[in-house]
Design a protein around this ligand. Sequence first.
Ligand code: NAD
Length: 511
Amino acid sequence: MSTHVTHWIGGRPHPGAADRRGDIHDPATGRVTGTVDLAGPEEAAAAVAAAHAAFPAWRDTSLSRRAAVLFRFRELVHAHSGELARLISAEHGKVVADAAGEVARGLEVVEFACGIPHLLKGGFSENVSSGVDAYSVLQPLGAVAGITPFNFPAMVPMWMFPVAIACGNTFVLKPSEKDPSASVRIAELWAEAGLPDGVFNVLHGDRAAVDALLADDRVRAVSFVGSTPIARRVYAAAAAAGKRVQALGGAKNHMLVLPDADLDLAADAAVSAGFGSAGERCMAVSAVVAVDSVADDLVERIRARVARLRVGPGDDDRSEMGPLVTREHRDRVAGYLDSGVREGAVLAVDGRDHPVPDGAPGGFWLGPSVLDRVTPAMACYRDEIFGPVLGLLRVPGFDAGLELINANPYGNGAAVFTGDGAAARRFRNEVEAGMVGVNVPIPVPMAYYSFGGWKQSLFGDSHVHGTEGVHFYTRTKAVTARWPDPRGAAVDRRAGAVRAGGVDLGFPVNG
Ligand code: NAD
């Protein structure tokens, strides 16, 4: 059955002009399973208009009512998490259990946002000057946009919109055109939870939709997650247009393995973090940096584990790793195996030979690969591969490993595997990455911390969700207030709140 996915604007499906459509594939078969409308300026304007119109009433909705909608939404997503996971798996290719994991991690942000009455508390100072009080309030920005990548079609949008909406903003989500269905199902669940029409909108499309959102003055802030070249471009355009912007980019996540590490733990971690979701995770480990004395041993342990991985369709419970998202991406990833060997790396495991017993011939299959003796000059190290290819680099010791990691232009996640607390502490202190793991390979922060990288993995100042998310989606207003005492000017004068004798042109000082 072929599906047709269209926009969700103002609380209902919005087919719009639909001049252009994109194909949706089942990566496990390679077949086209549906189409998605690709917005032009008209549909983008309609989505922003709906969000803009819904803003005043949503901003003025009490915190208790907003929290009540969030609680209902949380229950509905939880109840439909299996259905959402299957939708994601069918269009992305990842195994259903992994897709359920991303829904669960997204839900944690919804749960965090349920605490919005507490999170939006401002400050209050009584009598900052005689008879004068001061306080601060956190106010929403207006209509805001989220532009998200293919690899987490539920979780990454959920990093953004629960917090944005809880803060009183209205939201236009532009999800990836490669796996658009989950976002529409999420919109339906919002409606069922009682979210007013227009507070959450979904605009499908590609660059044209993004450009229209960036050009629209009514969009007050942009959250972007995707590859570094597009993140840089979106950041520059949004900032030039005067919008608040956070643009999370690509990654090359390293895992340093020291000689005193538990090598079984490290090998398990390298394999799960390298090949989970076929390496299509922004927090995937793609570079294992091993100290020479343990490198051969580690490669052998990784090789043994990789051989046992079951690659197959995402909806088969036995599969541990699914296909890649598109044919072009599969071919591009496989190209790094050839270029790595040409540049001198050793292909310790060739994923092109990995068995895929239940894989349809047209599926975008590529098994897990390990490139050993990679060096920083090689393309397979310099580029973000975003696929099931683990590169292994060898270093003489801790200092060389740390230096290598810090020389990389990306700075999303980094992990150290060691039994030495002092080495771990030094790594945590000196590594240039936004998220650090100690004997933990994918250190994705909990919802009440904030997620984000450093260097070319983030353009902007704010990480997503947690308190940084609340600050990103609000503006602070500081208020200074005097209420003359109703008993009259004499009382105010006695209290020093009003000067005798009229106006004073001096700069206000406190007394
Ligand atoms: P992508 O950059 O191709 O696309 C991301 C979004 O931008 C999509 O919605 C897409 O439609 C839109 N887009 C594509 N080209 C555009 C253009 N020229 N102008 C404006 N918008 C455009 O990324 P992807 O392939 O969907 O996702 C994979 C990338 O996302 C990887 O680089 C991965 O590291 C990154 N990612 C980063 C994080 C993070 O937290 N830092 C999280 C997930 C994914």
